[in-house]
Structures are given as structure tokens and as C-alpha cells.
Design a protein around this ligand. Structure first.
Ligand code: UDP
Length: 415
């Protein structure tokens, strides 16, 4: 059954002094043009990972703007999530494609969920491949359908892509984070590039006094004040947590009291998380300066806020990445970032902005050492990062871009 996700109430007025005025004006205009439209967002998890993060903040604001928005999660069993993870990995280029049984589980789940979509929506936005088969199963109707792809699908495994491709053909539009993610033979005519954004007022990103942040970290076992590098990401091989530990160990040769925190949430739709976590724990061994946390050990939004705010350097050593919200989250807090040159990360960190891009464990260690040693450079990059996020990667900009696309597609009344 599709499950409705409850979200809070929020008002765009709260963003007045945070987001550039022209962006707020633009957003209100786009929303006015769509006043009263019914929009359904469908994804695969209500917590963990970037998409749920985006929807949790977007839905209340869209409602505040006069749109009737629902967020529902496709409900699947373990075999469905195993299948969707295989699909996700295949789209990011992994060598194995989903098995026949996995393909069948993916289709069965869409078939079981599709009847739950009622007929009154003007727009249905399907996030990522997990619920993508719903479009084909739904058949004809009045709604306009958008496939919002958050992952890097520039070089999909051919067999995986051949399987998924026909299920995308009936979408009215597709949205990717970057132009280079669009697969060459995408069967959708209307394609847009819209990068995601962070919510500067959510508990993950709102202002937090240093003293409070310090207390939070002290309380969960990180010694503050103390030198700290952190990676916040799902326990996923594409985020290269083992590479982070390797780079950290190189830096430790120079800075013996440096602490490392690996903060990783376990998303409902990511069955591989615990396997990767076990590998990471094994690599960390009994090193008391390496701290491992998951959302299941009580580390949630405010703790992530404290980590991103107080770390001397935030690392995001991704090998493949869709966008990497954690990069903008850290930059927004003025913290310098060392990040893998992957997917949407360079878009967030052009030369001289936010931190340093790296391509290997050695480069990662070097960049960390540089920023730990040269605090003036770290501050300068951090400051430029904050400004860059303010201009480009705050939520109202994303919502304006998305509503512009819906406006182009037209509602049943106007189209
Ligand atoms: N996140 C979190 N707790 C964690 C790990 C991640 O809240 O322990 C959040 C993180 O702050 C970010 C999102 O999950 O908002 C991850 O999004 P990103 O785009 O970086 O990666 P994805 O998981 O979507 O691949």
C-alpha cells in the first residue's frame, strides 16, 4: 500500500532574511500560476538519504504556497528493496544487473501499489527508479507525470538500462541533477536539469550556537574542543567510507590526536547498509579516535548539524554521487569540505569555493592536512562556500525551478 507521510507546517515568510529576495519573488510567481493544483510526490522511503530530506522540507512549503501536495511512499517487502538497490547500483554503472527474480519483485510491487493512486492529481512526481514502474502500470489518466532522477545515470549498466528504459517512456518530463546524467537514449522528450537544494531552516541546518553544538558532541562521545574530521553519509560503498578511514590514517601520522566521525543513517530502502557498516567497523577496529554513529544510535538531524558545524573539515569522499546534499549542508555552515570529484559535487564546489576536490585516498589525506594546517585558507573557502550555497542551493530556488516545469506541462484545467 502507498503510505502517506506526515510532515509539519511551515511558512515561506520565515525565509525572508535567509534566501535572496529575487528567488522568493520568483517562487511566489510560479506558485500563483499553479494555485490549487494537486501534486503527488512518490518515493521509496520517508527517512534516510537525500530524497526524503528534500521532500520533508518541500511539501510543507508547497502547501504554504497554496498547492495541494501529498507525499506517499511505495510500500515494498525486503525482496523489493533488494531489487531496487540492484537497479540503483546498475544505473550508477555497477557491473551486475538485477536478476530476473529482482525484476519480477520490482514489477509486482508497482502492480500492488498502483491502485492506491487516486485520479484527482494534476501532477505526479516519481522520484528515482524505485517507484518508476507505477507510470506504465497506471495507464491513461489526466495527470502529468514527471520522473525525477536523483542519481548519476550517465553510464548505466546496459542491461539494467535496457530493462528500465521502456518504463520511462510514458512520462511527460524527466528531471536530472546535471545535464551529463541524462542517458543518451532517454525515451522522454521534455528533459530538465535541476540541482537539488538544502533547507536552511530545518533542524539539520538552522543556526546552532557553538556552545550547544559542543555540548551535543561531548554528550555523544566526541571530545570537544578537539580536532575533528567527519563524513556524514549512508553506509554505502559509493561513498567510500573505507577510503575515508585510509586517508584519515595517513593524516593521523601527522596529527595523532585527530578524531574521525563517520555518521551514517540507515535508509529504509537500502538493504546493503548494515553490510557496509560491519566492514567499516572492522576497519576502524578498536581505535578510540574513530567514532561510528547511525541514526539508530540516536544520531539525528541536530547531531548532524553539530558535526557539520564543528568539524575542522568535513569529508565526502564519494566515488559516484547524485548531488551530495551533505556538501551544501556543510558549506552552508561555513565548514570547509574535502570531497570526491564525483557527480554533483564539483557543481557545488567550483575552484576556490567551499573546499578541495580530490580523486584518491592520497589526495584526500593531503587536502585534509592542508586545511587542518592552514586555518586562514579553511576559513576563506568556508566563507565562499556559504555564499555559493545561498545563491544557488537553498530550497526556494529548487521549488521555483520545479514549479516552472509543472507550469510548462500545464494542469488539466489549463493544458
Ligand atoms: N543524513 C543524515 N544522517 C546520517 C547520514 C545522512 O541525516 O547519518 C542525511 C544527510 O544530512 C543528507 C542526506 O541524508 O541530508 C544524504 O543526502 P545525499 O544527497 O548526501 O546522499 P544520498 O544518501 O541521497 O545518496
Amino acid at each position: 500500500m502507498l503510505q502517506r507521510v506526515a510532515v509539519g507546517r511551515w511558512s515561506l515568510d520565515a525565509y525572508r532574511d535567509v534566501v535572496p529576495e529575487r528567488i522568493l519573488v520568483e517562487l511566489r510567481e510560479q506558485a500563483q500560476a499553479l494555485a490549487g493544483a494537486r501534486i503527488l510526490h512518490i518515493n521509496a522511503t520517508s527517512y534516510g538519504g537525500g530524497v526524503s530530506e528534500l521532500l520533508r522540507s518541500s511539501v510543507p512549503l508547497l502547501r504554504d504556497l497554496g498547492l495541494a501536495v501529498d507525499w506517499k511512499v511505495i510500500a515494498g517487502r525486503a525482496d523489493f528493496f533488494k531489487a531496487t538497490k540492484a537497479l540503483h547500483n546498475g544505473l550508477q554503472g555497477a557491473s551486475q544487473a538485477p536478476t530476473e527474480a529482482e525484476k519480477a519483485a520490482w514489477l509486482d510491487c508497482a502492480r500492488e501499489n498502483v491502485h492506491e493512486i487516486d485520479g484527482g492529481y494534476d501532477f505526479i512526481v516519481v522520484h528515482d527508479p524505485q517507484p518508476a514502474a507505477l507510470r506504465a502500470m497506471y495507464g491513461k489518466g489526466d495527470a502529468r507525470w514527471v520522473w525525477r532522477c536523483h542519481i548519476d545515470t550517465s553510464e548505466p549498466n546496459p542491461e539494467t538500462w535496457a530493462f528500465l528504459r521502456p518504463y520511462l517512456a510514458e512520462f511527460d518530463a524527466a528531471v536530472f541533477t546535471m545535464a551529463q546524467f541524462v542517458p543518451p537514449d532517454l525515451p522522454v522528450a521534455r528533459v530538465r536539469t535541476i540541482p537539488p537544494a538544502i533547507d536552511p531552516l530545518s533542524p539539520k541546518n538552522f543556526e546552532l550556537a557553538d556552545e550547544t553544538a559542543r555540548q551535543i558532541l561531548d554528550w555523544i562521545g566526541v571530545t570537544m574542543p578537539g580536532r575533528l574530521v567527519t563524513q556524514v553519509s549512508r553506509f554505502d560503498a559509493w561513498k567510500d567510507p573505507l577510503g575515508v578511514i585510509a586517508a584519515y590514517r595517513l593524516v593521523r601520522e601527522e596529527i595523532p590526536d585527530l578524531q574521525l566521525a563517520l555518521v551514517g543513517s540507515m535508509a529504509l530502502d537500502d538493504p546493503e547498509g548494515w553490510d557496509v557498516y560491519r566492514q567499516v567497523a572492522e576497519h576502524a577496529g578498536d581505535d578510540e579516535l574513530i567514532h561510528l554513529y547511525t541514526n539508530l544510535t540516536g544520531v539525528s538531524n541536530v547531531e548532524v548539524n553539530a558535526f557539520q558545524r564543528l568539524s575542522d573539515v568535513v569529508v565526502q569522499k564519494s566515488i559516484r554521487e547524485g548531488f551530495g546534499l551533505v556538501v551544501s549542508e556543510s558549506m552552508w555552515k561555513g565548514t570547509p569540505v574535502v570531497a570526491g570529484r564525483a557527480g554533483g559535487i564539483p557543481l557545488q564546489m567550483p575552484e576556490g569555493v567551499g573546499g578541495l576536490l580530490v580523486d584518491s585516498v592520497e589526495q584526500c589525506a593531503e587536502a585534509m592536512l592542508k586545511l587542518l594546517g592552514d586555518r586562514a585558507l579553511a576559513r576563506e573557502l568556508g566563507h565562499a562556500g556559504h555564499e555559493h550555497v545561498r545563491e544557488h542551493f537553498l530550497l526556494p530556488r529548487l521549488l521555483a525551478d520545479e514549479l516552472r516545469l509543472l507550469g510548462e506541462l500545464g494542469t488539466r484545467a489549463t493544458g
